[in-house]
Design a protein around this ligand. Sequence first.
Ligand SMILES: [Zn+2]
Length: 143
Amino acid sequence: MTDKVTKDERSRMMAAVRGKDTKPEKLVRSGLFADGFRFRLHAKELPGKPDIVLPRYGTAMFVNGCFWHGHDCPRGRRPASNTEFWNRKLDRNFERDQEKTRALENDGWFVEIVWECRLADDLKRVLRRLRSKRTRLRKAESS
Ligand SMILES: [Zn+2]
């Protein structure tokens, strides 16, 4: 039997199997926590089980690996071999991501995506938005 999966592809697949609690996700969590934000993880009752949920801020977050979620960046490039297999799989992931976001937004959630390849910048952006929301909430509560 021939093994059509290259070493590189296999290690990517193994990384995806580990799924939860990936390193990028941990970095995002500690960034939020250090800034005083409290959150829940893998909210099973919400569409698409967001990686991080901040109920007080109406925010649901996904920390996406570029390859699996088809980011438009070098890491998101599709493999040159087994193209049919990968196109099918990655197209499905993409559609699923769109559906999750739509479902969450319909339920009134603000959806934030943090991409692996630009984690620090995305996290900064998210923190900026959350901080200004926190200021507004505190003002509203104290008046
Ligand atoms: Zn990327």
